[in-house]
Design a protein around this ligand. Structure first.
Ligand code: FE
Length: 208
């Protein structure tokens, strides 16, 4: 068993073998071709990446109107930015943002499976699909956040958002202190995927 949530060591290999077997079967039956999976994966790996989410967060940190819009009408806010075509396409339907603020920390999970805002955050990390993580983050989010190194004081309310095909949540983390002089591009680099899932804070700026 390894990691925070006690996966068996060969869990990823076993799952990869199942995926390879399924892909081979689909090719054999003529449902997909040999290049189909690579093409789809390549699109999500090169276009639909956390860079998109980083730009959204950096804009929200620098533009109060945008910060308001991104939580009230996420699709409209996303459409204002220069992001790849297809942001509202596959796995990008019903994007919805929630904003961390003093006293409120948001966390995103999918209790049923692994629903995730792919166009904003890229492909979900492996542990996001882990049944133990999904169950524990719903039942005892404070404990899980503490284990993951997210400092929360007792007064901070933790809100857990359950993603589904109808709402693909992501988090606008709080802007770190000491970032007043930074450009939007510099701010974007402080925004990690984990911070947009609520399991980390945005990075602190490196000392000048
Ligand atoms: Fe799901």
């Amino acid at each position: 068993m390894t990691g925070h949530f006690g996966h068996p060591d060969d869990r990823e290999e076993r799952s990869a073998a199942q995926v390879r077997a399924l892909e081979a079967l689909l090719i054999e039956k003529g449902i997909i071709t040999g290049g189909t999976v690579d093409k789809v994966l390549g699109y999500f790996e090169s276009e639909m990446t956390p860079l998109n989410g980083q730009k959204i967060v950096a804009r929200a940190w620098t533009d109060p109107d945008f910060a308001e819009l991104v939580v009230t009408d996420t699709a409209a806010a996303v459409a204002q930015l220069d992001l790849p075509i297809g942001m509202a396409g596959a796995e990008g339907e019903h994007l919805a943002a929630v904003r961390n603020e003093p006293g409120v920390h948001n966390v995103v999970i999918c209790t049923l499976c692994s629903c995730f805002p792919w166009p904003v955050l890229g492909l979900p990390p492996y542990w996001y699909k882990d049944p133990v993580f999904r169950a524990r983050a719903a039942r005892e989010p404070r404990v899980v956040l503490t284990e993951l190194g997210v400092p929360l004081d007792d007064d901070t309310e933790v809100r857990v958002w359950d993603s589904s095909g109808h709402s693909r949540w992501f988090v606008i983390p709080q802007r770190p202190a000491g970032t007043d002089g930074l450009s939007e591009a510099e701010l974007a680099r402080l925004v990690t995927t984990e911070s947009m899932m609520g399991v980390a804070l945005a990075d602190a700026p490196s000392p000048a």
